[in-house]
Design a protein around this ligand. Structure first.
Ligand code: HSE
Length: 442
């Protein structure tokens, strides 16, 4: 079915979810009405809104809009062209609304990374078969137009690699630890008190939120099916102040990096590596200067070269900016494939194993301070054929106390490091599991 929208009429919007972003969308459409209309070629008009609590004061006037108690009903309304979902959650009401909207041939705009990471393929197929739009710029890195950047600006390129800082909370915590010298736990607590981290920060600090965004970016960049389950994910909760100080002394900062790239074997088979992990970033790399809650994405195009997208990854204004950009596209009649190529052409690319990647790594061991511990660690390195570039023991504990041993490896396969860590798994000398961080190249 191909659905055509009448681009001479206002674009009629139903807005589900009136939290900070929903209120931000209303404010943006009011403040920038004239320029948005000029760019869209027609007015963008909210006709209906829905949220859990009708009585809450959101600082915006809702009286011009129809209040709808059951948000899924909005999808069936004849006076609605596009449904905007700002409710969140990978399943539940958000997914029901998305299915309902595309099922009724309505365009659908969402900021919901979890839903797109889990159900993006299904929803894209539904939108494509209805001849309508599915758009999710706000789902990846808030106000940064990185989905558009890849789908449109860099569309002529083969993307060789895409990576970046995809979670503002984690970046805020790491860069604050860098400035203050404080440990992770205290910094997280402060971040929660200041409103930079949620009461339950698990998704942000354990890399899940970044993994949602990475899975979406990888699909667009590589024409692969969204495969969130294949993202190898590790968060920042084990990074200590001592790691940050050691990285600093070696010329690096620590950042939570989401990274995806594709390897092509001789027979043409592709394998997709998707990882979210804390990494050492050289101080001269553009991502090293990304501090606070900022997000940044690097895409390496085969003709464009390195592209850097940077900006606010969250917040009402930036996220509303991305939502309304999608609405402007829809008002203009844009119904391109959500993931850049039609969903039935997205390839089911097998997950790659990082083991044979060549690179340098930072390893940190928390050990009991007693004779023979260093020999045990270096023997594991020897047996796994990992070559050590430098080794630093930090401090001196009372006999039997904990000290940290950090090392940087020479370039070598990541499988060697994994093997060494495995060899040490049951070591009685380790007081905590080792921390391994990849060192990013410049
Ligand atoms: N909680 C996210 C962050 C923003 O800290 O970056 C929304 O994904």
């Amino acid at each position: 079915m191909t659905r055509t929208t009448d681009v001479t009429q206002p674009l009629r919007i139903a807005l589900a979810g009136l939290g900070t972003v929903g209120a931000g969308v209303i404010r943006l459409l009011e403040s920038n009405a004239e320029l948005v209309t000029a760019r869209a070629g027609r007015p963008l008009q909210i006709v209906a809104v829905s949220a859990r609590d009708r009585s809450r004061d959101r600082g915006v006037d809702l009286t011009p809009y129809d209040w709808v108690d059951d948000m899924t009903e909005m999808a069936a309304r004849d006076d609605v062209d596009v449904v905007v979902e700002l409710v969140g959650g990978s399943d539940g009401p958000a997914l029901a609304l998305a299915r309902n909207a595309t099922g009724h041939g309505k365009a659908f705009v969402t900021a919901n990374k979890a839903m797109i990471a889990h159900h993006g393929l299904e929803l894209a197929a539904a939108a494509e078969s209805a001849g309508t739009s599915l758009k999710f710029e706000a789902a990846v890195a808030g106000g940064i137009p990185v989905v558009k950047g890849l789908r449109e600006g860099a569309a002529a390129n083969a993307i060789e690699k895409i990576y970046g800082i995809l979670n503002g909370t984690a970046n805020y915590i790491l860069s604050t630890m860098e400035d203050s010298g404080a440990d992770f736990g205290a910094t997280l607590k402060d971040a929660q008190e200041l409103g930079y981290a949620e009461a339950d920060p698990t998704f942000d600090i354990e890399g899940v939120d970044a993994a949602h965004k990475l899975a979406i970016l990888a699909a667009i960049a590589f024409g692969s099916r969204v495969n969130f389950d294949a993202v190898q994910c590790e968060g920042i909760s084990r990074v200590r102040a001592a790691d940050i100080a050691q990285a600093d002394a070696l010329g690096y900062v620590i950042r939570l990096i989401g990274m995806a790239d594709v390897e092509t074997a001789q027979d043409g088979a592709r394998a997709l590596l998707q990882e979210v992990k804390p990494c050492l970033v050289p101080k001269g790399h553009p991502l090293a200067n990304v501090t606070g809650a900022t997000n940044a994405v690097v895409a390496e195009g085969n003709f464009s070269g390195r592209l850097l997208f940077q900006g606010a990854g969250a917040g009402d204004g930036p996220t509303a900016s991305a939502v309304v950009a999608d609405l402007i596209d829809i008002a203009r009649g844009e119904t391109g494939a959500p993931f850049s190529v039609p969903s039935d052409s997205l390839e089911a690319v097998q997950p790659a194993h990082s083991g044979h990647r060549i690179g340098q790594a930072y390893l940190r061991f928390a050990v009991t301070d007693k004779p023979g511990v260093l020999a045990e660690i270096t023997a594991a390195m020897r047996d796994a054929e990992v070559s050590i570039e430098s080794l630093i023991q930090q401090g001196r504990a009372n006999h039997g106390g904990e000290v940290l041993v950090a090392m940087v490896t020479h370039h070598g396969p990541e499988s060697g490091v994994s093997k060494a860590i495995e060899l040490l798994r049951d070591s009685a000398s380790l007081t905590a599991p080792p921390l391994v961080m990849r060192i990013l190249e410049d």
